[in-house]
Design a protein around this ligand. Structure first.
Ligand code: IMP
Length: 429
């Protein structure tokens, strides 16, 4: 199982479902042998719950690799940065004895999320005909501003006069749009608040692509940490019930500021079952009783919003699509232990849509809403797996379940996680 995925010099870790696959845990484990960890997209909509000593800390903006005291952690140009959230997290970590000061950097090309983006996010959801169920963190409006060429970048903020000018014009635009949406939030102080943080931003601002290229040229190992998941990708996901960035591995090069040829491995993270938070189809959803049972065992509540996640069976149609879209070289299966008490497991191998069985993930949400999964049934193992540290420690039925996933996804399993602790992981045959 020591695949290329675990030994390459530039590895992308990408979610292969609807986010919350446990990427933070996988990054935390892989970060042990990396020198530099960078995020390439998304913003404070992400949520990684990590252990800091005896405390549980939720990180939204800071990469989860930060817990390794000697690693450089970067936020690439593809990220949208909520600057005050970023410094709040850094201060929170420092209070708990993990001071990332001096080893954290932010791309000068990253766009800034302002309070008016959050106001726009909430106002748009309020009037939407079909609500997306966003995290309310201003992600969509910040990316809209970026592609609409109205955005404000870190580089702009650091040049005071330019920054004031761009923020003022952006506020003017936002006010007009907010009025159209029937909202009138108090945006006074936005410019002053943004400028107040530039003193702290200046020392962390950097050219992330240049740093990563330099690290790779010096023989160092780099991890590119994705947020959300393939089915939330703005191009490849269940559009329009998606986030506003490309979450897939191709975006890692663009969002980190390096060329695609620099990447030599892509680890896809899949939960041993499926979850989704926010609106949109989930074809393999459990019935109500099973939904509640697995949500309780797996603590399936959103790390950013606290919303209950919908839960369902493992969806191999989605996972094999994700393998292709991301060019996976290995998969990491997480939360296998959550299934320990189930007597029977199902895996969706196709969707019946209008009487026809399809194995290719469809483009239309209306097709997914009508999809009836075609299931393969496998026996459960009804034995705890949390103490397993090698595949041979697992019950035979758990090994068979993993082998079937591996076969259906067409990608070797590089890692299996059996608990929340860093040590609860299987990495060798
Ligand atoms: P936004 O990214 O806040 O615009 O939300 C768009 C959709 O993506 C909603 O369904 C959110 O619930 C979902 N989403 C965004 N970030 C995450 C995440 O980190 N995990 C899981 N779902 C997410």
């Amino acid at each position: 199982m020591e695949t290329k995925a675990l030994t390459a010099s530039c590895t992308v870790v990408v979610g292969c479902q609807w986010g919350d696959e446990g990427k933070g845990k996988v990054v935390d484990v892989l970060a042990g042998s990396a020198d530099l960890i960078a995020r390439y997209q998304g913003g404070a909509n992400a949520g990684h719950t990590v252990h800091v000593g005896d405390h549980l800390v939720v990180l939204h903006q800071v990469p989860s690799g930060v817990l390794h005291p000697d690693k450089r952690c970067l936020l690439g140009n593809g990220v949208v940065l909520d600057v005050s959230q970023f410094f709040t997290e850094i201060d929170g970590l420092a209070e708990r004895g993990v001071d990332p000061g001096g080893r954290i950097g932010v791309s000068t090309r990253a766009h800034v999320v302002f309070p008016y983006h959050k106001a726009l996010d909430l106002a748009a959801e309020k009037v939407a005909h079909r609500k997306i169920g966003t995290t309310g963190r201003g992600i969509g409006p910040a990316y809209e501003a970026k592609t609409g060429r109205r955005g404000v970048r870190i580089a702009d903020l650091l040049d005071r006069a330019r920054g004031v000018n761009r923020v003022e014009r952006a506020i003017e635009w936002a006010r007009a749009r907010l009025r159209e949406l029937g909202a009138d939030p108090d945006l006074a102080g936005t410019v002053e608040d943004a400028l107040a943080l530039t003193g702290r931003l200046a020392p962390v601002a950097t050219d992330v692509g240049d740093e990563i290229a330099g690290a790779l040229a010096a023989g160092k190992r780099v991890l590119l940490e994705g947020a959300q998941g393939t089915a939330l990708d703005v191009d490849h996901g269940t559009y329009p019930f998606v986030t506003s960035s490309n979450t897939t591995a191709g975006a890692a090069a663009v969002g980190a500021g390096i060329g695609p040829t620099a990447i030599d491995s892509v680890v896809g993270v899949v939960k041993a079952y499926t979850t989704r938070v926010g609106n949109g189809p989930l074809p393999t959803a459990f019935d109500a009783a099973m939904d509640e049972r697995v949500r309780e065992i797996g603590a399936e509540f959103g790390a950013t919003t606290g919303r209950p996640r919908r839960c369902g069976w493992f969806d191999a149609v989605l996972a094999s699509y994700a393998a292709r879209v991301n060019g996976l070289t290995g998969i990491a299966v997480t939360k296998l232990d959550v299934l320990d008490t189930l007597s029977e497991l199902k895996i969706a191998t196709g969707y019946r849509i209008n009487g026809e069985v399809r194995t290719l993930f469809p483009a239309g949400v209306w097709e997914l809403e009508n999809a009836e999964p075609v299931y393969e049934v496998m026996p459960g193992w009804e034995t705890p797996t949390t103490g397993a540290r090698s595949l041979s420690d697992l019950p035979a039925n758990a090994r068979a379940y993993l082998s079937r996933i591996e076969e259906l996804v067409g990608t070797p399993i590089a890692m299996v996680s059996v608990g929340t602790r860093r040590s609860q992981v299987i990495r060798e045959p």
